[in-house]
Ligand binder design. Structure first.
Ligand code: FE
Ligand code: FE
Ligand code: ZN
Length: 277
């Protein structure tokens, strides 16, 4: 089955977002757990969540992805930023239990000058304190473009984080096509090579989801500017290979392209057309 969806807003609740996903031909979606800039999350109504779960079951949805706010930096040099991030993470993981069995994706963080090693240790400690044996969520580290002091633009860094996390069966990776391309992994000319490197360093079984975004910039630019599918440096041919790749084709694909709802619907239709069953 082709698991395809996009980033949607949950500002009208969970049932509304489930219907919206259906309308645009999606069978999965991603949402921010709270305002992407941070702040507190809205109260979850059990009946609203139940309505979403019913929509998902009735329509063969795959797993869905919650995305942590961008401001959640577990390895900031500022202690209050780290504490805020840790509190956000624990609260989000608690809230995820309303929709058990799904995925929680976050940006590993920016070390803001004190170095990758120290940053990685702080990320590992936060994860080990926040993740629990009884939770039903898989936490995903997103591959990053490497702008500023971002951690996670090299597969080696993600491996190091994963190797420090105690609950190994609850941690995975989400590969963002724009980010890995901007980080210097040539998924346009050597997708197989990039994936075998991923497998060698992290293990392909750790890969759970793919963010499908074209890139406004060139290979290795470390920029992170998303473009519509086919309108950037990655291009339609590469996306056709990506969604049909034997390692990737059964994973979740989520668009985070600069689009409104109708634009997402169009991209989903297009991708369904070039997906080989
Ligand atoms: Fe992201
Ligand atoms: Fe992404
Ligand atoms: Zn991005």
């Amino acid at each position: 089955m082709f698991n395809i969806g996009c980033h949607l807003s949950i500002s009208n609740g969970f049932e509304a977002v489930g219907r919206q996903a259906l309308e645009i031909g999606a069978n999965t979606f991603q949402f921010f757990t709270r305002n992407p800039r941070g702040g507190s999350a809205r109260k979850i109504e059990q009946s609203d969540v139940d309505a979403l779960i019913k929509i998902m079951n009735d329509n063969n949805f795959s797993q869905i992805v919650a995305h942590a706010p961008y401001t959640m930096n577990l390895c900031s040099s500022k202690q209050e930023t780290r504490e805020f991030a840790y509190n956000t993470l624990t609260d989000d993981l608690k809230r995820m239990e309303y929709i058990p069995g799904n995925l929680y994706n976050f940006h590993p963080g920016s070390h803001t000058g004190k170095g990758v090693e120290k940053g990685i240790n702080q990320i590992i400690n936060a994860l080990n304190n926040a993740m629990t044996e009884t939770m039903h969520t898989t936490v995903l580290l997103e591959t990053m473009a490497g702008k500023g002091t971002e951690i996670g633009s090299r597969f080696e860094e993600l491996r190091e984080i994963i190797s420090g996390v105690k609950l190994k069966d609850k941690i995975g990776v989400c590969l963002d096509t724009c980010h890995v391309f901007d980080a210097g992994y040539d998924i346009v000319n050597d997708l197989e090579g990039v994936l075998s490197e991923f497998d060698r360093i992290i293990g392909i079984d750790k890969l759970k989801a793919v963010h499908l975004n074209d890139s406004m910039n060139y290979l290795g630019c470390h920029k992170d500017r998303h473009q519509k599918i086919g309108q950037g440096a990655i291009g339609n041919d590469a996306f056709k290979r990506i969604i049909n790749n034997s390692y990737l084709k059964t994973l979740l694909f989520l668009l985070e392209t600069p689009n409104e709802l109708d634009g997402y619907a169009k991209e989903i239709r297009y991708l369904k057309n070039i997906y080989e069953i």
